[in-house]
Design a protein around this ligand. Structure first.
Ligand SMILES: C[S@@+](CC[C@H](N)C(=O)[O-])C[C@H]1O[C@@H](n2cnc3c(N)ncnc32)[C@H](O)[C@@H]1O
Length: 253
């Protein structure tokens, strides 16, 4: 297993042993069962764990439990990392592929995490049944399609936090008008500095201050304008937006 970097202690505090255990699971059965690419083993900490943990300071601590919906969790990135770093949060992992959620269930059980719920389904199928003030996602799809899938999951006020790489600000600039049309009140690209990051990390933050009606997206989803926008969005982001059962690419950060 890759050695634990010194920054990890500051991020995980007394739950560092849990983070190390999760890295060990990712680096063994996570790889053999195809949840994470075989070349990711040596860079699990830098490219995955610390990259995902960078989201944590964007969710302020409250004196009550806040829910987070992590969409397209794959091997639990960033949802499991947040659940380990932040026992004050309850994290819902949303992942449609049963093969992946089977591994996630075993991992969550082995880590003894009691602040995680796993949903084997697509984000859109939870519209009207699950809401939270925070939605997180990494490497799932382009920002406009992600907004379509996730804005109906937000309680108000609420935020989508999408982890991106150095191209994040450009992606946001290109998507801003479409995002406002979908009901986003404000959006910004937050640059996160990490001395160990291979690539600059950006979080695209979408703020919503009134409920977003999912019916609008159902209607848009059937329109040719909606389909054309999604095709453009996918092409720009490199995200496929499809649910395929191949091994995860490292990320499209
Ligand atoms: C490239 S993987 C990224 C996994 C993880 N977030 C990471 O950074 O390693 C994208 C994941 O999104 C899931 N996904 C695709 N469409 C989805 C949808 N509509 N709702 C929820 N998850 C979806 C896929 O099954 C896949 O596991």
């Amino acid at each position: 297993m890759p050695p634990t970097p010194p920054e990890a202690a500051a991020v995980f505090g007394e739950r560092l042993d849990l983070a190390e255990h999760y890295v060990a699971l990712l680096g063994t059965t996570g790889i053999t069962r195809g949840l994470i690419g075989p070349r990711e083993g040596p860079r699990l900490w830098d490219r995955h764990i610390l990259n995902c943990a960078a989201l944590s300071p964007l969710i302020p601590r409250r004196d009550f439990t806040q829910a987070v919906i992590d969409v397209g969790s794959g091997a639990g990135l960033p949802g499991v990392v947040l659940a380990i770093a932040r026992p004050d949060l309850h994290v819902h992992l949303v992942e449609p592929l049963a093969r992946r959620t089977a591994w996630l269930s075993e991992a969550v059980h082995e880590l003894g995490l009691d602040n995680v719920t796993i949903h084997t389904t697509r984000a859109e199928s939870l519209w009207g049944t699950l809401t939270a003030p925070w939605v997180t996602a990494r490497a799932v799809t382009g920002i406009v399609q992600l907004a379509e899938w996730t804005l109906p999951l937000l309680s108000v006020p609420g935020q989508v936090l999408a982890l991106k790489g150095s191209r994040g600000p450009t992606e946001l600039a290109e998507a801003e008008r479409a995002l406002h049309r979908l009901g986003v009140a404000r959006c910004e690209a937050v640059r996160l500095g990490s001395p160990r990051a291979e690539d600059a990390t950006t979080v695209l933050r979408l703020l919503v201050d009134r409920p977003v009606d999912a019916k609008r997206f159902r209607a848009q989803g059937s329109s040719s304008a909606g389909s054309a926008r999604r095709r453009r969005d996918r092409a720009k982001s490199g995200g496929d937006g499809k649910v395929s059962d191949r091994g995860d690419r490292p990320t499209s950060r």
